[in-house]
Ligand binder design. Sequence first.
Ligand SMILES: [Zn+2]
Length: 343
Amino acid sequence: MKPSLTKEERESLFPYATKEQLDFLLNHVKQGFKTKFLNIMADIKVTLVRSQDVTLVEIEKDASSWILEDYIDYGKGNYLGRCACNRKLRRVFTVKHVVTGRRIDYGEDHLMQFLGIDENILRDIVKDASIIHLELDELLIKIKENQYGYEILEDLDGMEIPEDIQAHINANVPLLDRQINRLYRKLREIERNVRKQQEESLMKALLEEKNRMLQQIEREHRRLEAIVEKVRQNLPPNPTKEMIALQLVFNGFSSTLEICHILIDYFGQDGSLSAGVHKRPRIFPSILQHFLEQTEKGNLILMEKIGVEDCIFIPNEDVNIRLEMEDTIEENNEGEEQLTLFL
Ligand SMILES: [Zn+2]
């Protein structure tokens, strides 16, 4: 802990503050001493004070009514304070009785005897008092240097400001570093939560998207089964797989590969796959050849070759307009080339 300013150094900063600011600061110091002191005394449960060099009235013997009102450190070598026993002091503790208003100045030794506390407790009292002074010094210096730290408030638009920080703002007093750090922590927490919420809503959106997709898949599956059923009902007795395949094209299926899979899944065709890298169904070449023959006869049109993996056919009647504009012979030739590729 860095040393706080001496009493003189501190007081030299007072003129930089307005009266209102100074009232707020000194009142805060007073409240701080009182609160911290009472906390410490509550822990050690001293009930009676022991009079040192003063005579106490009966009511003043109750330890719980005494507060630490002030603590002054005059600095090293400066024995400017005076104990109730008249001894010169560097550090002076002023205790005050809250009922009678009586004040007594003590040095360390007599304070310990008065309160019945040991050196460890005294050290805690000094430490607390020093922290309060350090913060007073921090604020006085910030007032002098016009560093109020209010910039962070702009980032906290709409956020609830903690009571102690709001009190500083209301009194036009700078924010302490620890208060600013607390606000930054709060800001980071808000950012974390926003990020988490964004991630969660993204997950939710993805899940909804997935559900939509699953529903679509399910709808598509039912549509497929309905078409398959329709095709099945319109087939002649003992149809060949080529006949079924052609009917599937006339009922809206266009991928040779997909038609092969439908033949396997719904019409009991051989489901074994070729040994090649593409793992096509073994029935694929004969179905493709049939489609290309139908294309030559003008019943189908080869719309698209997808690499060597698939060929897309549609019924000729679906694209009459297109046929008028395009060279069908070329398409037929293309189909034959494709057949050689597949076979
Ligand atoms: Zn003394």
